[in-house]
Design a binder for this molecule. Sequence first.
Ligand SMILES: [Zn+2]
Length: 97
Amino acid sequence: MRILKYIIRKLIYTESTPKIRKTYIDERGYTRFKDSHKLVHRWVAEKKLGRKLMSNEVVHHKNRNKLDNRPENLVIYSSQFNHHMRHAVHKIITNRW
Ligand SMILES: [Zn+2]
């Protein structure tokens, strides 16, 4: 079961990471581009929105997998407060942040 989870995570990671640019996983578990150190999920969100993200905007991973940067897994919140509210509601429902 654990190995299956690992394979699924690996597959999702491979599928959702741009192949042309080299990436690495930072100390917080987020994918970044090797050349610019930009966070991949913010880059994908910008492509999805068709504009640059503002510094106050926060990108949330729907399935809580920080390595799953597929556009459909990303939600953009206008502030960290709104993002935290989303997690707070989720915590009430599921008891998980
Ligand atoms: Zn979040």
